[in-house]
Write a protein that binds this ligand. Structure first.
Ligand SMILES: Nc1ncnc2c1ncn2[C@@H]1O[C@H](COP(=O)(O)OP(=O)(O)OP(=O)(O)O)[C@@H](O)[C@H]1O
Ligand SMILES: [Mg+2]
Length: 228
């Protein structure tokens, strides 16, 4: 289902500073959208609100037909666990868990880790890190850890994947691997994919590129064509 962003405003501090200035747009089903813009333009702030991790000061988002502001904390947790995959620049793998256990974390949260084990192993194999399944994060390279984090984001086959600078701490080879993986999940599983990136090459992989400047949409490109 589409994500609808309506008159979205975000302010921080007292007195309040406005960071997001009344945005309106819709992210369609199975769309791949990139969000780019200078440091401080509000990309992460916007992504956090779209992905239900933060709430707007004014306006609303509707995701999967519901407004997260109307959900209880428990409902929101369940909604995120079953519908959303998150990928961040710093992956937040749990240091005391192995690669396989980390991938299975979202499944464990809802009591499905045994049922999902084969799938998790298949994904590690596909990502070329099956031989690292029993390694702790500290025993893997940054690129390997990021692939584990992506496998974790995908294990529940989420409808929505939100990624904030997923390639930020990777070299160009691993960055490309990670972006190709995300794009494949978007195309093959039809997951809606929203990626914040400052890399022009990666932004262009999206069907729609949104450019933010000071919390406003400065430019939108649809399949490489500038929209007004
Ligand atoms: N919790 C907060 N409290 C106060 N100000 C904040 C908070 N979070 C973000 N900001 C401010 O909001 C603005 C936008 O921040 P945001 O993290 O969204 O930028 P960004 O576009 O993701 O930048 P970068 O490319 O550096 O990650 C910045 O000026 C930042 O200082
Ligand atoms: Mg950011």
């Amino acid at each position: 289902m589409a994500i609808s962003i309506q008159n979205l405003v975000k302010e921080f501090g007292d007195p309040p500073t406005r960071i997001i200035h009344g945005l309106n747009f819709v992210i369609g089903d199975s769309e791949f959208v990139s969000i780019s813009g200078r440091s401080g333009s509000g990309k992460s702030t916007l992504l956090y609100i779209i992905s239900t991790l933060d709430q707007p000061t004014e306006g609303s988002i509707i995701i999967d037909g519901v407004n997260p502001a109307d959900m209880s904390v428990e409902e929101l947790h369940h909604f995120r666990n079953t519908n959303i995959g998150f990928v961040f620049q710093f992956h937040y793998l749990l240091p005391e868990l192995t690669a396989l256990e980390n991938v299975l974390m979202p499944a464990r949260n809802i009591g499905q880790h045994i049922a999902k084990r084969d799938e998790a192993l298949a994904m590690l194999r596909e990502f070329g890190i099956e031989n690292k399944q029993d390694h702790l994060p500290s025993q893997m390279s940054g690129g390997e850890q990021q692939r584990v984090a992506i496998a974790r984001a995908l294990i529940m086959q989420p409808k929505y994947i939100f990624a904030d600078e997923p390639t930020g701490n990777l070299d160009s080879v691993n960055g490309k691997i990670v972006m190709d993986l995300l794009k494949r999940v978007n195309q093959e599983l039809g997951a809606t994919l929203v990626v914040v990136t400052h890399e022009p090459d990666y932004a262009r992989m999206a069907g729609r590129e949104i450019y933010l400047a000071d919390g406003r949409i400065e430019q939108v490109m649809d399949n490489g064509v500038i929209q007004t």
